[in-house]
Design a protein around this ligand. Sequence first.
Ligand SMILES: Cc1cc2nc3c(=O)[nH]c(=O)nc-3n(C[C@H](O)[C@H](O)[C@H](O)COP(=O)(O)OP(=O)(O)OC[C@H]3O[C@@H](n4cnc5c(N)ncnc54)[C@H](O)[C@@H]3O)c2cc1C
Length: 372
Amino acid sequence: MHALIIGGGIGGLAAAIALHRHGWQVRVLEQAPAFTEVGAGLSIQPNALRALEALGLGDQVRAHALADAPVGIRRADGTWLIRNDIDRLTRRHGPWLTLHRADLLAILHQALPPESLETGVQVHQVRPDGTVTHTDGTCTADVVVGADGVHSATRRSLWPDAPPPRYVGYTTWRMIAAARPVEGSVETWGQGQRFGYAPMADGRVYCYAMANATQGTTIGMADLRRRFAGWHHPIPALLDTGSPDAVLQHDTYELPDLDTYVAGRVALLGDAAHAMTPNLGQGAGQALEDAVVLARSLEAARLGDTPVAEALRAYDRARRPRTQMIARRSRRLGEMVHRASTPFAVARDTAMRITPSSVVARSMTPVLSWTA
Ligand SMILES: Cc1cc2nc3c(=O)[nH]c(=O)nc-3n(C[C@H](O)[C@H](O)[C@H](O)COP(=O)(O)OP(=O)(O)OC[C@H]3O[C@@H](n4cnc5c(N)ncnc54)[C@H](O)[C@@H]3O)c2cc1C
């Protein structure tokens, strides 16, 4: 049985690995001329690590990552709003990892036969019968996986009436700062903006910032340094060591809920199905979970016991409620952090300070408790 995967990001590669491990012949079409990823850091939470373990890649990922549960949330002046009990958090949910996105992608590439990966091929159109039109012609497969990201051509082809991705009102920067000791993974909230950092295995520090902004506004390093100049140590120092050329800025989008992730022989996966705000650090984790569940759902079809379309409906039933629940939680968290009014921020910070860390740890259970 042949599977065609559109898009060679984290979701597409993970889907190809999962299907390949289940005996499918896989072919990945990626529009970029080469598999190069600049990227920055990536948090792999316990559920995402379980998905990677199911793909047989847990040890390799651990070898490149730093185990680092979130220490807590601070205010711009350094006051702690929440200080997590790391031991309890890790005991309850399992390890949290931070690694470079490029390292994860390299691990995923190496898990696939090189001949299954084709670059420089852009898909234009997909039909429910598994016919795919791309730069080099037309092909068909028993199953087609649309893992082509938030602006998915697969989704546009098969869900022409679905609302487009929505800009959520804030822009995001990511960068890697020079090596320095930091106390762990911390996020700091201001009014309409925030800053986060997490140490990586080689001592460098993954940093990200988000701020309310009009869609399409480009904000450079000098402005970023000015915005966070008065924030607690080590934020200004981290920004001083980041190279202006290596800062990635992206506007933040989410995809309004779809009624189904499947159409005939075609399934959407990862951001193409459920692009979510990065507030919970779960987008890649959900794409990895999708990949594991997709391959399992399709097993009966591979054995000839069930039609492909029926197996894909089982994937949709398993994945849509969970991913849309997580997208909703992520959106709400962003709305709370990015509301710029002072009275709201004071009330929010007070509520955070009086919430026991055990309650915070418990509230994460529905997201983090997934097992393969
Ligand atoms: C600022 C930020 C921070 C984040 N941090 C985290 C985090 O810490 N942890 C986490 O789990 N998630 C995080 N995420 C989310 C995560 O990055 C995404 O959810 C994840 O990368 C989605 O992977 P994907 O493979 O579905 O899509 P993508 O990574 O977008 O990959 C899609 C691929 O398809 C290709 N493609 C597109 N169109 C076509 C076409 N027509 N033909 C062929 N190929 C095509 C693209 O070139 C691309 O390679 C973050 C996101 C952002 C924006």
